[in-house]
Design a protein around this ligand. Structure first.
Ligand code: 5GP
Length: 195
């Protein structure tokens, strides 16, 4: 019941403030990707906690930059640290890193992501959190890194899934548990239809 209300909150917001670009990009910079609605993020975090209730989670993993805010607010409900994969090697990063390649849906380019070996260990049970699921490249890259660490993928939590793209299928093929809060069936002609 509570979950239904939370999802309705997010879906209503998508309908009211989301803008469809072409047939497959949803701009939600008014509350998720540029300006951030913290109280909505709190509801999303609570809902992830409900969905993964009873699952052993020791760490939340996301990719910079758009996933970080959501991951941090969600982590408050799980009482675990957040690790975000970095897109550039910098002085803040150790030389010992796990590395994977991710194709960017929004920038149409291939980029590397890095996670220090210090922050993912074999005994970690990792919940992946991200704002969007499109073709699943970000999620696959993060699962690849978790695999390199010998850690376990506890699940994947997504705020907005575009079901008409390939991400869900790829994640199901990997046998990972996927929980998406707002699932969009279609955006053809600019009309958002939820599953
Ligand atoms: P994927 O890797 O699943 O193909 O795409 C997911 C990533 O691309 C997310 O991290 C998200 O930042 C970005 N993304 C994919 N589709 C959209 C979209 O429709 N709108 C926005 N704002 N970001 C998207």
């Amino acid at each position: 019941m509570g979950g239904m209300v939370n999802m309705k909150l997010l879906k209503d917001r998508i309908i009211n403030d989301g803008r469809v670009i072409g047939d497959s990009i949803l701009k939600v910079d008014n509350f998720l990707n540029h300006q951030i609605d913290v109280s909505l993020f709190n509801e999303i975090g609570k809902e992830f906690k409900k969905r993964f209730d009873g699952v052993n989670i020791t760490k939340i993993l996301t990719i910079e930059s758009s996933g970080i805010g959501l991951a941090c607010i969600t982590a408050q409900y799980f009482n675990v640290p957040v690790v975000f994969a970095k897109k550039a090697l910098s002085i803040n990063l150790d030389s010992e890193v796990y590395q994977s390649k991710v194709f960017s849906f929004t920038k149409n380019t291939l980029y590397n992501v890095f996670v220090s070996k210090r922050y993912l260990k074999q005994d970690d049970n990792v919940l992946i959190i991200d704002d969007f699921l499109a073709n699943g490249h970000a999620a696959m890259g993060l699962m690849d890194i978790i695999g390199q660490a010998g850690a376990n993928v506890a699940g994947i939590g997504i705020a907005i899934e575009k079901k008409f793209q390939e991400g869900r299928k790829k994640i199901m093929d990997r046998g990972a548990r996927l929980e998406s809060l707002a699932i969009i069936e279609s955006m053809a002609g600019g009309k958002i239809v939820f599953a």
